[in-house]
Each structure stands twice: as C-alpha cells, then as structure tokens.
Design a protein around this ligand. Sequence first.
Ligand code: THU
Length: 157
Amino acid sequence: MIQKEFKVSYTEYGSIGELPPEDRELAGAAIEAMSGAYAPYSHFHVGAAVRMSNSQIVRGANQENAAFPSGLCAERTAMFAAGAKYPDKDMRSIAIAGGVFGKLSAEPATPCGACRQVMAQYQAKAGAPVSVIMVGANRIWKFERIDDILPLIFDSI
Ligand code: THU
C-alpha cells in the first residue's frame, strides 16, 4: 500500500492592483460582467471573463430560469460564448467574480464542479495550462492550471 497525496499551490493577492496587468484586466472584466447577470431567484450575480489565445476577452454572466436546471453559470456562459465566437482559438485564462445583488463578495468566487469540468476540457483542447483567477474584494486567488482545482480530470473521450 502506498499513501499518496495531491499538493496544490496557488497565489493569493491582496487586491486587484497587485495582479500582473493582463490578469488585472481580466479580473476587472469579470467584475464588470456581473452587471449582465439575470438572477431573479438567487440574487447572486456572477461575472466571468475568458481570455483567448488571440488575447481577446469574452464575458459572461449567470442566467437563471424558472425551470431551475435550464439556467447557466457565468463561467459556462462565458466559455461557450468564447468557444462559439473563436472556434479556432483556445482558452488561456478565466476570471470569476460574484456577489449578492451585484456587490462583490469579500471572499473569492469559486466555480462549481460542472464549470470546472468544462474548463478542464477546454484546457485539454488547448494542450496548454488554463489559469483561473477567483476574485474577491478582500483577496484574489490565482491557480495556474485546471488540474489544481479539479484533480483526476475526466478526459477519456
Ligand atoms: N453561479 C455561477 O454563475 N457560477 C458559479 O460558479 C456558482 C454559481 C450562479 C448560478 C446561480 O445563478 C447563482 O450563481 C446561485 O447559485
């Protein structure tokens, strides 16, 4: 028997101003994208911004529906829009921000499992690491690759 472990390291920033310029721009875009949320049920507004390999940024926000499973998270709204707009390009990075009634939460916005799985597949398509920036008012976390937030990714097809 061998005891094994996963080790994840990530960077914590104290404010958006501390981020490198490209990440700062993407984090700012995610915060701005929160205004596009349609969240009449949860009132939790989430914004996401995807940076593609052509440097373009595509934004998304959560869209809710009375038939609950029909709604979609901000991250997948942004990733699918980016994939549809730039089918020949790859995702390089994604930033996420959220908060109740559009007020940015103090703690970083952490993506749901389904969105992590979609991120994993776009990373596999890219063949290069996709970084994730989780934005909060009090701190910001940056993970360098999707494997760090979704170990043992399903990629068998
Ligand atoms: N939501 C996102 O947009 N992204 C996440 O990573 C987690 C949750 C949305 C879904 C729903 O509209 C609202 O936040 C409350 O769960």
